[in-house]
Ligand binder design. Structure first.
Ligand SMILES: [Zn+2]
Length: 287
């Protein structure tokens, strides 16, 4: 937390503070969200695969570019931590910090999930969300954040001590290793900051600390993503359950989550596969 008033306050402090904010990354130059196209893709889509993510565990599923995947709440209020990789190159992975910089602290329909440098391109587009009614509440909280990093055993060890093995970071590491035939040592560096599905979070008004509150998700709620490239999707059912009290422990009630994969039945010829970023990669150095 930032200490205030340690140093002398300048005479023009108020004037300096009253300067209007400027959006760092205006997105007006990005292609507009084509809601009609994605609605067409969803019309009559056929379920072709589904996997269960067990409580306090992780799982993965491959999703072909142009298909849709749905994350669904099944038996109880439960939060999920999402990782995305390019199915053909696991080094290209979801970049939550850049997604936050472009779309804000919480994402919703029309927002893209962007990948890491140097590809930096849309990996998926959010196309449906049954919790879109929530908006921002009086505490400034909302659902589906790209603020939190993922619960992990290292932070837990520093703050609480002990060895807890079922954090989202570990669940994603085990799931990725199992699905790709990797050792845990190979898989762990590929696990990255997440999209917190269904999690309700914000920053406290006074200290601007990251907070969580009980998720408003209920069984049957879902969020749909359109895969803009071939994806490997990883999901952890957070040990915090609805994250209303505690995570990184076995105290909370914890429930499974479903990942369903759908194939559009309509002609998507208007859709173009997401292309890698066209920055030339020279970083100012002459070849
Ligand atoms: Zn977690």
């Amino acid at each position: 937390m930032k200490p205030v008033g340690v140093m002398p306050i300048p005479k023009d402090a108020q004037e300096r503070r009253s300067i209007a904010p400027v959006i760092c990354y205006p997105t007006d130059t990005l292609p507009k969200h084509d809601a009609a196209f994605y609605k067409l893709a969803q019309k009559g889509m056929a379920l072709i695969n589904s996997v269960i993510v067990l409580p306090r565990d992780g799982n993965t599923v491959e999703v072909t570019a142009g298909h849709i995947f749905r994350i669904v709440s099944m038996e109880g209020s439960q939060v999920g931590d999402l990782n995305l990789w390019n199915a053909n190159d696991l080094n290209e992975k979801f970049y939550s910090g850049k997604t936050r910089a472009l779309h804000g602290t919480h994402v919703g329909v029309g927002d893209k999930l962007w990948s890491s440098f140097p590809a930096m391109r849309p990996m998926a587009t959010i196309i449906a969300d049954t919790l879109d009614w929530y908006g921002f509440d009086e505490d400034g909280a909302s659902v589906h954040d790209v603020i939190g990093t993922r619960c992990d055993p290292y932070t837990n060890n520093i703050l609480s001590g002990g060895q807890y093995h079922l954090c989202c970071h570990s669940n994603l590491t085990r799931a990725l290793a199992a699905s790709q035939g990797l050792s845990l040592e190979q898989a762990e560096p590929l696990v990255h900051d997440v999209l917190n599905i269904f999690m309700c979070t914000g920053f406290t008004k006074k200290t601007h600390q990251y907070f969580m509150k009980e998720s408003p998700v209920r069984p049957g709620d879902y969020i749909d993503f359109f895969a803009e490239i071939d994806l490997l999707v990883g999901l952890s059912a957070c040990p915090g359950g609805n994250c209303g009290s505690k995570h990184s422990s076995n105290v909370a009630n914890c429930y499974p989550l479903g990942i369903e994969v759908y194939k559009p039945m309509t002609d998507l010829k208007k859709w173009k596969h997401s292309k890698v970023n066209s920055y030339d990669g020279t970083h100012g150095q002459k070849k």
